[in-house]
Design a protein around this ligand. Structure first.
Ligand SMILES: [Fe+2]
Ligand SMILES: [Fe+2]
Length: 310
């Protein structure tokens, strides 16, 4: 374990309190989970190549898988440079759950669902992760440098996905909207569950004390990160879909564990109609308790809860 403190550049903000064991434990944990996400991304892109409609799109998808390979190598090298142990296999079960849903979509030849899971949802959360690690005021310079390089690719992957989905939306909007609702209720709870410093097995695998991990060493906290994740997800959805489609989905996230800061009024049972997401997209209040919301169990539970408080 590298215990060396990293000096701040002259004039730079004061570095995190200490690049000490706690900091490097956190980076080992985050980098290991990031590698798992990259492994899943390689498998997802590889599995959907045959669904892509043109040779050019197949080549582009293989290139995306190749870039995810490069990310694993960069993250592994970062682990060696920092002298921290990183895991190069999927440990946390959420990744396998998402992979299973993706494979189900492939089996149905549901290309919109595949693109939404990998290109929109997973890439959006990857952008959140690498943007956080790339903030030089929060992390050490080597981690920030590697994260910034990967972030550039992930931003491109998101744009590629948006362009593909715009074509599919123009051809068959209903199919894409169905795919979005299907993927949202299966994948987003898993991705948000991973915005956490507690794990199922990863800390044991890394020999880290799970309870000792804190984002304090990178000057942020889980609640901030979840809010940023929600905002980024809303931004991604808003760039492609009508709020009438997305508002019930966003409102359903108030039921997620640890959502109280994402949706400050969730604890009072008024999350549907008073949430932060609803403030960003005012129609959320109306649509989350409308007929569309009743179609999905998560929204129905949310609306029932709200009605019960009324
Ligand atoms: Fe990646
Ligand atoms: Fe990616």
């Amino acid at each position: 374990m590298n215990m060396t403190s990293v000096a701040a550049a002259p004039g730079a903000a004061e570095p995190p309190s200490a690049f000490d064991t706690g900091y490097y434990d956190l980076i080992a944990y985050v980098v290991s989970n990031a590698i798992a996400g990259e492994i899943m991304a390689i498998e997802n892109y590889s599995e959907m190549v045959h669904l892509m409609p043109t040779t050019q799109a197949k080549i582009e998808t293989v290139m995306q898988a190749n870039e995810e390979c490069k990310h694993i190598l960069l993250l592994s090298k970062l682990g060696r440079t920092l002298d921290i142990g990183v895991q190069r296999r999927i440990v946390e079960p959420q990744w396998n759950t998402i992979r299973k849903h993706f494979s189900n979509a492939v089996a149905r030849r549901d290309l919109p669902a595949c693109l939404i899971i990998q290109d929109l949802m997973t890439e959006t959360m990857a952008i959140l992760l690498y943007r956080t690690l790339a903030a030089e005021a929060e992390t050490d310079p080597r981690t920030a440098q590697v994260a910034a390089a990967i972030l550039k690719d992930e931003l491109e992957h998101l744009e590629i996905g948006k362009a593909r989905l715009r074509e599919l939306l123009a051809a068959d909007p209903a199919a894409v909207h169905d795919a979005l609702a299907w993927a949202h209720h299966r994948v987003m709870p898993e991705l948000f569950a991973m915005i956490s410093t507690s794990c199922h097995f990863l800390c044991d695998d890394l020999g880290i004390d799970c309870g000792s991990l804190s984002l304090g060493s990178i000057r942020t906290d889980i609640e901030q990160l979840r809010v940023r994740g929600l905002e980024l997800y809303v931004e991604t959805l808003d760039s492609l879909f009508d709020p009438k489609i997305t508002n019930p989905l966003i409102a359903s996230m108030s039921a997620y564990e640890g959502a109280s800061n994402m949706f400050p009024q969730a604890a009072s049972g008024a999350a549907c109609c008073g949430s932060q997401a609803a403030n960003r997209v005012p129609a959320a209040a109306a649509s989350c308790c409308g007929p569309a919301a009743k179609a999905a169990p998560a929204e129905a539970a949310c609306c029932a809860q709200t009605a019960g408080q009324a």
